[in-house]
Ligand binder design. Structure first.
Ligand code: ADP
Ligand code: MG
Length: 802
């Protein structure tokens, strides 16, 4: 693949009901680039920073206007990249745009409908489909899911996510090897052998991201998420491995942060996010400049991780997501400007092939053996590396005869055997040296002085042996050195492999010890559990949230009301109905499949019966023509073919249904979790309001402590991830039932879990009071014309949007 510029697409989000459309037009040319024109009305242009132009034009590879559906976006943008990745090239797709412009919708998808699946689930489906079709290679697939928040990396597939606060998790750090390749320590690579496993991991990561999010920590707008699919492929018997990576990136919101109302923690976040995207911009500006030698990749974690995707070995695509309503025109223009700069960057993707040294050694050994066998076949003799004693004697004789022969045409004929040829040379050399060094006299009196000659011969033999020994020593040394080099190469390769795949496990033991010290044993994940979790991954996050039985009655009742009125309950109901329908359809299909299978078997039976009858007939009346075609049998065969066809169609439909059902189930669990989270936030807010508005309710000594506990625990809930407090049941609480209450101000240090999930007061009478109050409050609000829905939707704004 030669040098190619980054492909840049634009996608315009559909307008919300109450949004006023900005003025823009799309000029979509099938053959060349499309262009987007944004018109800034005079009044807005006046306020626009140093610029009073009215019309702005931007070029894109293609523009997806408001009505573009997810499948079309996938086909145009992601499919070509996925194909390259399957062929062994690296790929990256990243979405850039302000918060709410549809980045997550485009990359991951909407959380409500199956058709809203985004690029990640569709790409996984496509890739696994292709892998299944290609039996010529052995493929392995892994996924990783990295979140970068405040310049720190977190592994979203870390099972400890659920049990710990974000800050307590091991950070993913960048390591650079001598060849300047980036390795990520503490980022796990999880193997996914099929679409279902990969999707489960995606949902697991998304849920972890949601759990970590609090109103103070709006991960979905302020963090970058990189979902990576790693594919390696190898042809059976070959030592060459192809490795490729596909990064699917959901960047943080690109908006310039409002200068009002932020302070302390939020300001730090804002600064970091700006910084991170600012560095991305710097890298892009540097890359777009010609003759620029230094590119500041190392300034931020994100640019380091995406180094190859930006101006390196990668096929990269950007999607600029735009929310072109009137209020967002300036942000949309700034997103387009960024896109225009990205479009100048040239990347060069190369085939990522490497040779596995272990496989290479095996292959070479095999080759040597084959050559030896071939040689043995040609010469008719088995050949070892050393010459036999008999062969050596033979050679000595040959050499001696040759040397003695005065005929100038005489030759020394030792077969086409390198071992013998070498031996002859060495022997000659020794003789030469010997004749030079030894006294000429000794040589001439060789025959006359037999005694001396014998002695001389002995010495000569000794000398010869010594030299031979020296020579063997040298050979051994060379071989040992060679072996050492090979071993080092193999170790290097293994180190690289390990660094890439098992780097994350480095800190595991110490971390689990920490967890064990601080938490009840039931919350610890053994390494085995961590390894095995992917199969049960979609169930994990929800188990501790099942609060049934632990909620007080009042709280339960409030939850029921909240659930009934919640906007998501409609979606859940819809999806439930859809799921039911799909289940029924699947059941019906299953039954039909069985029917068809039975029918095929019956038809086959009939054919066999007919064949037996015909054979019997042929024996009894040989005049009948045996080879004559039986029209009934032919008909039965066509019938079988037709049945098989319909079986196959139904089977494929059933397979599709299975994927859809699994997806729907995951969507529902996610919505359920979101509902609970919304409820928890709403419940604690109501509790705070209650204390502020109704201090007189705190009357009896019993309820006083109840409310005090309640408020403390709700404060605890709002500052920490709520999920943390929902995990330990009263019996599991190692400190005692009220530990969270008495030590709530030190929770951040000791991280003692609160006594139970939502029984905020632990006193059902107090809860009933809260409920009564909430109901009264709802009534008042309803009377005032404000629906409760609104309160919840306000609360919802602060919770995760998927
Ligand atoms: P971002 O990730 O950029 O902050 P989201 O993807 O969360 O934005 O989108 C904000 C809202 O708009 C979500 O409710 C999402 O479902 C909706 N949305 C975004 N793009 C589209 C689209 N193309 N079609 C329908 N709804 C969309
Ligand atoms: Mg988002």
């Amino acid at each position: 693949m030669g040098k190619e510029t980054i492909r840049v697409y634009a996608r315009v989000k559909p307008l919300g009901r109450r949004q006023q459309a900005g003025i823009y037009s799309v000029d979509d040319d099938e053959k060349s680039l499309s262009s987007l024109e944004i018109i800034v009305p005079r009044d807005l242009a006046d306020g626009f920073v140093n610029n009073k132009r009215e019309s702005y034009k931007f070029k894109f590879q293609k523009i997806f206007d408001q009505e573009a559906k997810q499948d079309v976006v996938f086909d145009s943008i992601a499919k070509p990249v996925a194909e390259c990745v399957l062929a062994g090239y690296n790929g990256t797709i990243f979405a850039y745009g302000q918060t709410g412009s549809g980045k997550t919708f485009t990359i991951t998808g909407g959380a409500e409908h199956y058709n809203d699946r985004g690029i990640i689930p569709r790409t996984l489906s496509y890739i696994f489909d292709q892998l299944q079709k290609d039996s010529s290679k052995v493929y392995t697939t892994h996924v990783s899911y990295l979140e970068i928040y405040n310049e720190c990396g977190y592994d979203l597939l870390d099972p400890r996510h659920e049990a710990s606060r974000l800050e307590d998790l091991p950070k993913v750090t960048i390591m650079e090897d001598p060849d300047q390749n980036i390795h990520l320590k503490n980022l796990s690579l999880q193997q996914a052998t099929n679409e279902e496993e990969a999707l489960n991991l995606l949902f697991f990561g998304d849920t972890n991201r949601m759990i970590a999010e609090t109103p103070m920590n709006q991960a979905s707008t302020r963090s970058h998420c990189i979902f990576t699919i790693h594919i390696s492929s190898k042809e059976p018997g070959s030592a060459t491995i192809r490795r490729s990576k596909l990064h699917l990136v959901d960047l943080a919101g690109s908006e310039r942060v409002a200068k009002t109302g932020v302070g302390g923690h939020l300001l730090t976040e804002a600064k970091y996010i700006n910084l991170s995207l600012h560095y991305l911009e710097q890298v892009i500006i540097a890359l777009a400049e010609k003759n620029r030698s230094h590119i500041p990749y190392r300034n931020s974690m994100m640019t380091s991780v995406l180094r190859d995707s930006l101006g390196g070995n990668c096929m990269t695509t950007m999607i600029a997501t735009l929310s072109i309503d009137k209020r967002n025109i300036d942000e949309s223009i700034s997103t387009c400007r960024f896109a225009q700069r990205v479009a100048l960057i040239k990347n060069e993707a190369v085939l990522n092939e490497e040779i596995d040294p272990r496989l290479m050694i095996i292959q070479l050994k095999k080759e040597i053996q084959e050559l030896k066998d071939e040689l043995a076949l040609v010469t008719g003799k088995q050949r070892t590396s050393e010459l036999s004693q008999e062969e050596l004697l033979q050679l000595d004789e040959l050499i001696e005869t040759f040397l003695k022969d005065n005929d100038p045409d005489s030759t020394l004929d030792v077969d086409a055997d390198m071992r013998k040829i070498k031996y002859c040379f060495i022997h000659m050399k020794q003789l030469m040296n010997h004749s030079k060094n030894s006294d000429q006299k000794l040589f001439s009196s060789h025959i006359s002085e037999e005694k001396d000659a014998n002695k001389e011969a002995g010495e000569e033999e000794l000398e010869k042996m010594k030299k031979l020994l020296q020579q063997r020593d040298n050979e051994i040394n060379i071989l040992v050195n060679m072996l050492k080099q090979e071993k080092k190469k193999a170790q290097d390769a293994l180190f690289q492999l390990n660094a890439a795949s098992a780097g994350s496990t480095v800190l595991e033991p110490s971390i689990s010890v920490n967890l064990e010290e601080n938490r009840s044993p039931s919350r610890c994940f053994s390494p085995k559990e961590a390894k095995d979790f992917s199969s049960s991954v979609h169930r994990l996050p929800f188990l501790p949230r099942k609060t049934g039985g632990k909620m007080s009655l009042g709280c339960q009742e409030a939850f029921e009301i909240f659930k009934r009125d919640h906007a998501d309950s409609l979606t859940m109901e819809d999806n439930k109905q859809l799921l039911k329908q799909r289940f029924a359809e699947a059941k019906c299909l299953g039954e039909k499949l069985n029917e068809v299978r039975n029918k095929i078997n019956c038809l086959k039976g009939e054919i066999t019966q007919r064949q037996i009858r015909r054979a019997a007939l042929a024996v009894s009346s040989p005049s009948e023509e045996l080879n004559m075609l039986d029209p009934v049998e032919e008909k039965l065969r066509t019938q079988i073919e037709e049945e098989k066809k319909s079986y196959k169609t139904m089977f494929n439909r059933l397979k599709g249904l299975k994927v859809e059902i699994e997806h729907l189930q995951l969507l529902m669990e996610k919505t359920k979790m979101k509902l609970q989270k919304d409820f928890e936030v709403w419940w604690s807010e109501e509790a705070i309001n209650l204390q502020q508005e109704k201090p007189e309710m705190v009357s009896s000594p019993n309820t006083t402590t109840g409310y005090a506990q309640f408020i403390k625990s709700s404060q605890h809930l709002s500052t920490n991830s709520f999920s943390e407090s929902t995990r330990v049941s009263p019996d599991e609480d190692p400190v005692g039932k009220n530990s969270s209450i008495t030590s709530s101000n030190t929770t951040s240090n000791t991280r003692t879990p609160p006594s139970s999930s939502i029984p905020l007061t632990g006193d059902s009478r107090a809860d009933a009071d809260i409920l009564a109050f909430i109901k009264a409050r709802q009534n008042i609000l309803q009377k005032k014309g404000k629906s409760c829905q609104k309160i919840r939707s306000q609360t919802k704004i602060s919770s995760t949007a998927f």
